[in-house]
Design a protein around this ligand. Structure first.
Ligand SMILES: [Zn+2]
Length: 483
């Protein structure tokens, strides 16, 4: 039984007693307070299915996601003709029904409408600034990020923030064209719709930690809106623990294209953190931590949520890369400020339907049009985002000051950490250095804030997470070597 290898001598004795009593051993990945599948005859066997259990409130929020609502949102965004960032300077921009000013005012009114439906539970805000001339910004332009805050209900937890974002600006073939049609249904009407839909469904629920629903401008001119917002978060010391960026999540369906996979959304995450210092990089090199950035733990968390809840055939495909070739996105602006952030993008993009002027040429229809968006697919992406945000905001704080003791040459592994607010227990996970994710069967649970495991730290990667009485899990924290 491989599991017993991860138990200390003390717990081995307890284990034998527990097995005699028919209770599960130290790999107690489910606390029993949430419904779980068949625990099986052999309780020491952990099934491949995630043992997280399901929080009924999260399941309810997922069911409230509406493809029809998402369709209406994207259709409305497309109706503004262009949402080019520089259209803010077009004649009559402030009073026109076309252009980015009308679009941002409408987004704000949507957040306010959702808030009115939950008794004012959302704080609807704007982050407005003037961008000075630079590449793709020939004259000063006012940018505005529009966002809504669902403040956490627990004073100890509400400082922790999780954020979902999409960019509402659009463009066509010319980066400076602010007048011709740029429908941006997929890029990034779809991601904007995910932020809005998450706000609509999650505002009907309460969470201990805080969730922010963000929509930004200026992405196409150089990640300008998200850059400003992320810098503000850094300067103001926000405890921003995870950012979900949705950009091109429309599940493009071109007639005749058989290569699209509507069961998959890609989740991109950086390896070496963009904000790593020289000292950080030295530590990463020496410990083999290239595959364990905070962004990568966030990606792994999304995969676990995908396994724990019912998404039918749909699920995330983790891509261990910052972004696609030749392209960038708003998650990188958050990475640059040291925040964990990932990017969701459809499985297969059709580049005829991005950054193009709508037209038909040689029988090919160009343009980012509403008719190429698969609203059921966007709804699945929104469900995965909503469930991830809800799980994170329901979870106890991740353990802090997690250290792997490396003072002596030893073949066992001593890990210790500080108590986490809201945690009733902790799980220590491990994986082979060549594995991409932590297998659930390699889990040891404890109510203490330290473990001494027989597994050699030289051979595996450890992670620690907090668990609460209802079975909510925090993000995994990788221990820092302590000499
Ligand atoms: Zn985009």
């Amino acid at each position: 039984m491989s599991i017993s290898r991860h138990c200390t001598k003390m717990t081995l004795i307890v284990l034998i007693v527990l097995l005699m009593l028919g209770a599960p051993p130290c790999v107690a990945s489910n606390d029993g307070s949430m419904p779980q599948g068949d625990s099986g005859k052999n309780k020491a066997t952990v099934t491949a299915k995630s043992p997280w259990g399901r929080d009924p409130a999260i399941g309810q929020a997922m069911r409230e996601v509406s493809p029809q609502q998402i369709q209406q949102t994207i259709a409305k965004l497309v109706s503004f003709g262009t949402r080019h960032t520089l259209s803010v300077n077009n004649p009559n921009a402030a009073t026109s029904a076309q252009g980015i000013v009308a679009a941002r005012d409408w987004i704000k009114s949507e957040f306010e409408r959702y808030s009115a439906e939950c008794g004012g539970c959302l704080e609807v805000k704007t982050d407005t600034f003037v961008l000075q001339p630079k590449a793709r910004i020939p004259q000063p332009a006012e940018l505005q990020n529009v966002y809504a805050i669902l403040r956490g209900t627990d004073p100890a937890q509400s400082k922790r923030i999780y954020l979902v974002t999409g960019h509402y600006d659009s463009r066509n073939k010319e980066a400076l064209n602010s007048t011709d049609p740029a429908p941006g249904a997929n890029d990034d009407g779809s991601g904007t719709a995910v932020s809005l839909e998450c706000a609509r469904v999650l505002s009907k629920h309460k969470f201990p930690a805080t969730i922010i629903f963000l929509t930004v401008s200026g992405e196409e001119q150089g990640l300008d809106g998200s850059g400003h917002f992320a810098k503000m978060a850094k300067e103001q010391g926000w405890q921003l623990e995870g950012v979900l960026n949705n950009d091109i999540v429309g599940g493009n369906r071109t007639p005749g294209d058989t290569s699209q996979n509507s069961n998959v959304v890609r989740v991109f995450s950086e390896g070496l953190p963009a904000a790593a210092s020289e000292a950080d990089l030295r530590r990463i090199r020496s410990s083999g931590g290239e595959n364990d950035s905070a962004s990568r733990q966030l990606a792994r968390y999304i995969q676990e949520v995908g396994a724990a809840y019912d998404f039918g055939q749909f699920g995330p495909l983790l891509i261990f890369r910052r972004d696609r070739y030749l392209r960038g996105g708003d998650h990188s602006a958050f990475n640059d400020q040291g925040f964990a952030a990932v990017r969701f993008t459809e499985y297969r993009e059709d580049f005829h339907h991005q950054h193009e002027n709508p037209r038909i040429e040689n029988g090919i229809e160009f343009g980012d049009l509403l008719k190429f968006v698969d609203f059921d697919y966007v709804a699945n992406v929104a469900r995965l985002n909503a469930a991830t945000l809800a799980a994170l905001a329901s979870a106890p704080a991740p353990p802090a000051n997690v250290h792997l003791v490396t003072k002596e040459l030893e073949n066992d592994s001593k890990i210790q950490w500080g108590p986490a607010s809201g945690a009733s227990a902790y799980e220590v996970l491990w994986r082979k250095t060549t594995d991409s994710t932590f297998p659930e069967e390699n889990t040891t649970r404890t109510t203490e804030t330290k473990v001494d495991l027989p597994e050699s730290k030289d051979n595996v990667v450890f992670g620690v997470r907090s668990v609460d009485a209802k079975g909510h899990r925090s993000l995994i924290v990788i221990p820092e070597p302590e000499r």
